[in-house]
Design a protein around this ligand. Sequence first.
Ligand code: PLP
Length: 392
Amino acid sequence: MQEHINQANQSLLHVYNRFPVIWERGDGCYLYDVNGKKYLDFAAGIAVFALGYNNSYYNNALKAQIDKIIHTSNNYYSHPANLAAKRLTALTGLERVFFTNSGTEAVEGAIKAARKYAYLKDGHSRHEIIAMNRSFHGRTMGALSVTGTESYRTPFEPLIGLIKFADLNDFASVLSLVSKDTCAIILETVQAEGGIYPAEQEFLKKIRALCDEKDILLILDEIQCGVGRTGTMFAYEQYGIKPDILTCAKALGGGFPVGAFLLSERVAANSLKPGDHGSTYGGNPLGAAAINAVLDLFAENNVIDQVRQSALYLEQNLDSLAAENDTIVSRRGMGLLQGLECRGPVGEIILRALDKGLVLINAGPNVIRFVPPLIISKAQIDEMMAILKSVI
Ligand SMILES: *Cc1c(COP(=O)(O)O)cnc(C)c1O
């Protein structure tokens, strides 16, 4: 394996420090490397493989679509995209959807919709967006502009202008940045990459009220926390509020690269028009078939109910580990998006876990992230805890 890794390192652009493993295949919640070693997966390809690996219903749905048609362009309609659009709008209560190929593109579209909405309203294009420190929204220039880690942004400036950063769960910090030119507030309902910080109930309610009062658009980025992971289809459902624009990706395609942004009818009708936005591949029949297969499986297998039960069990286990272990500062999270903050860097713990057949990832330097496939069982949580305890 090491020889192949050394060879790959000579040609791949070095923007990732990859783990020393080459995956061959996956099955359910397990991965197998090219030597046949089996690993329990609590990373799910970064919260993507919601339904586990090698699901026969999902695989067959994609194979069937490949045999019909893979791509048409958005100049035409297709049944898979029509159906996926109808289902996603019904699930969210947001009436309009645009399909993308990734999360970052969904954020780009959301930003454009917000800027266009304000432009049509005020007749000028100097509109500000308030984003959160510690947030992560993607790597393209627009999404990077609203990402709250300065070191990610600085080398690539000038980014899109007029972005201000507040602190999640500090309403006063948001309020102090609002001006007559604020067009949107963007935040992750649960900050994921930044260290697993859920938005607080009071905070999000106040943000919603502020947006309503000032006609500011609330963009919720649920690319990581959406699609069942927190125990509801979308995390915002647990806050009793609705965004004006929602971004979605990762688990949405169950492994196939897709994304989407959804808008309320009011925002859609007063923002992006023909010619304002587009994508060659977004919503292509194969990607849309993947979304439909994921949504079929959610309905048929009561995935959300399963998440609630297993999440409770995972939380209890992580809490008792945190209580008995000095290395751990706290547990944070919602549903099957959990983090254990440790007193120091967690890289060594993750490497040792990998060696023992457990795949974990971090969320910032000091936080171990737990984002297993949503079909994870209690027995598999026990299996994970045993390895975690032994390496921590
Ligand atoms: C992963 C992620 C993105 C970016 O998605 P890509 O598909 O990698 O472009 C944006 N926002 C959040 C919250 C994410 O977790």
